[in-house]
Design a protein around this ligand. Structure first.
Ligand SMILES: Cc1cc2nc3c(=O)[nH]c(=O)nc-3n(C[C@H](O)[C@H](O)[C@H](O)COP(=O)(O)OP(=O)(O)OC[C@H]3O[C@@H](n4cnc5c(N)ncnc54)[C@H](O)[C@@H]3O)c2cc1C
Length: 288
């Protein structure tokens, strides 16, 4: 299908983009990689009057270390994250997650900020950023604010971004000590999106016991979430088989799992348990 008519503007700076967005809060939309927004426009599920193309603002795409944090610009593409040697060395969950997204064309255009702002219930990035306890920097007409990933995803395709705000940056605390990470995904055979996706970040103490755990889940509910019951079931254990078997039973706690033609809620929850266990085992095996 052909989208409804729209205007298109290419700001040179983020300030210009914020001002453009503020000038038409009802009709304007930010365009990043366009790999969720353009299909929605073609289906006429979205009919913005103005597209503000932030993907051409060069200063918004970067991956860098600053102090004890990793900073990622919102328009950094999935491919840039997948192929980052820096991330491979210091936070391999991010390239792992990026690698699982769509195909090479999608990864070349789609951006991490677009994916987080879109909050697709089957999107991969929300699970990883939740597991890493990340922070999102949002900028709007009233300045900048920091939102914890845990508080960012509100509902189906709904985030804490306020009218006029643009997601500028994602911040992750640099993993330290003995840690291991993994992303396990059951891709839908037709779309490639996650039927279930589980991101795990584990920190072990000197004796090999689990000191901290982050478990992010996508595909199961209307929005991605942290499986806190699994996390608390792991902390303090030696991550032995019994501890894992017991912890993963909590992966759907408090969630009403999605049902569709491909997976009933019971099957989806079963997949979530199986793949949570595999992701934890894989993360444990990668402890460095
Ligand atoms: C064939 C195909 C397969 C795919 N497979 C997968 C997959 O396996 N896993 C997966 O996770 N995703 C998948 N995707 C989605 C893809 O990752 C998208 O790139 C992503 O969801 C949206 O990012 P984008 O940069 O394209 O955003 P856009 O489509 O440009 O924007 C999406 C929404 O976010 C808003 N937005 C974008 N950037 C910002 C920002 N910085 N601040 C505020 N609002 C913003 C836009 O206004 C829009 O509402 C697939 C897409 C396609 C077409």
């Amino acid at each position: 299908m052909i989208p409804a008519q729209f205007d298109y503007k290419v700001p040179k700076t983020l300030d210009e983009a914020v001002a453009l967005l503020a000038s038409d809060l009802d009709g304007a939309k930010v365009l990043a990689g366009g790999h969720s927004l353009i299909p929605a426009m073609k289906l006429r599920l979205a009919q913005p009057q103005l597209l503000i193309d932030i993907a051409r603002i060069p200063s918004l795409a970067y991956i860098r270390e600053e102090g004890n944090q990793i900073l990622i610009g919102a328009t950094t593409t999935h491919y840039q994250l997948e192929s980052s040697q820096l991330l491979q060395n210091i936070c391999p969950l991010l390239p792992d997650c990026a690698r699982s997204i769509g195909d090479v064309q999608v990864r070349n255009k789609g951006t991490i900020g677009g994916s987080l702002a879109h909050s697709d219930p089957a999107g991969d990035w929300p699970a990883a950023i939740l597991a890493l306890d990340g922070e999102l920097i949002c900028v709007g007409p009233n300045g900048e604010r920091t939102v914890k990933a845990e508080n960012f995803f509100i509902d189906l395709l709904t985030t804490d971004l306020q009218p006029g705000e643009i997601l500028r940056e994602i911040r992750i605390n640099k993993p330290g000590g003995k840690f291991g990470q993994a992303y396990q995904k059951v891709p839908h055979p037709a779309s490639g999106f996650a039927v279930v996706g589980i991101a795990v970040h584990l920190v072990l103490d000197g004796s090999g016991a689990c000191q901290a755990a982050g478990v992010g889940v996508t595909g199961v509910g209307v929005k991605a979430y942290r499986a806190k019951g699994v996390e608390s079931g792991l902390v303090g254990t030696s991550l032995d088989d019994n501890a894992l078997a017991s912890a993963v039973t909590h992966v759907c706690d408090g969630i009403d799992p999605n049902t569709d033609l491909y997976a009933s809620s019971e099957y989806r929850c079963h997949l979530a348990q199986v793949h949570a266990r595999r992701a934890i085992q894989a993360a444990k095996a990668r402890v460095q």
